[in-house]
Design a binder for this molecule. Structure first.
Ligand code: PRP
Length: 219
């Protein structure tokens, strides 16, 4: 397998974002030669010989693009907010995987006015948010299943992604404050934007048209 080549590399976020990204890419004229959803491979050639796709955890996509290991990427705004966007252009909101970044607590929970304990994957976002609110928050970093933290009395609140709200409801919790609306974004390595200007602007243009088409098809 030859990945050390001159191909233009697009880093995709696996999971739900991937499922919504592939139709947009197809509409923009880029399709994997293999079924990405079922393959265990991480690098995929496409119908465009000069373009390849790699599939990563969302938290790693900005790193690959920032270092230029990938030229472009698709990643959630939540991750960009948490990690910062240094070294990256963010030219396009893909309008997919929409959800909200929220605070949440057990139903009926009320602050007693003292410090609160907040469990989250998004410690930078949470730190900034509670500082802006003037709330003294002790942050506890977790990597998943955040809804368990209030149940087990590890934390008073969580900061997490809310989509349908089903996970909160199923665990006796309720959303409190919205911190930010989230959707997936196209990011581009700043140096690649200069060195591969024509190819990258072509893809941004094609994806912009694909997003507009998708959004006009869904009321
Ligand atoms: C996310 C998030 C919530 C859930 C919210 O987890 O952390 O647990 O989705 O979705 P809902 O409002 O539709 O119930 P995800 O499934 O992405 O897994 P993760 O814990 O690995 O992030």
């Amino acid at each position: 397998m030859d990945t050390m080549n001159d191909k233009l590399t697009i880093a995709l976020t696996k999971g739900r974002i991937l499922k919504e990204t592939l139709p947009l890419l197809a509409c923009a004229g880029i399709e994997s030669l293999e079924d990405i959803n079922t393959s265990r491979k991480l690098v995929f050639d496409t119908n465009r010989p000069e373009v390849q796709l790699v599939v990563l955890r969302g938290t790693d996509v900005p790193t690959y693009v920032r270092f230029g290991a990938a030229d472009m990427g698709v990643v959630g705004k939540d991750i960009l907010m948490e990690q910062g966007a240094e070294g990256l252009y963010e030219p396009l909101d893909l309008g997919i995987a929409r959800c909200r970044l929220m605070t949440a607590a057990r139903v009926g929970w009320q602050s007693d006015g003292a410090r609160i304990r907040v469990a989250t994957k998004f410690v930078n976002i949470a730190r900034n948010y509670f500082a802006q609110q003037g709330v003294q928050a002790d942050l506890i970093k977790l990597y998943g299943a955040l809804e368990l933290a209030p149940i087990m009395n590890l934390a008073d609140q969580i900061v997490d992604i809310v989509d349908t709200g089903n996970t909160l409801r199923a665990n006796g919790m309720e959303p409190l404050q919205e911190i930010a609306a989230v959707s997936s974004r196209l990011v581009v390595n700043k140096a690649a934007m200069r060195s591969r200007y024509a190819a990258i602007t072509q893809i941004i243009g094609d994806l912009t048209a694909a997003v507009q088409e998708a959004q006009s098809a869904t009321p």
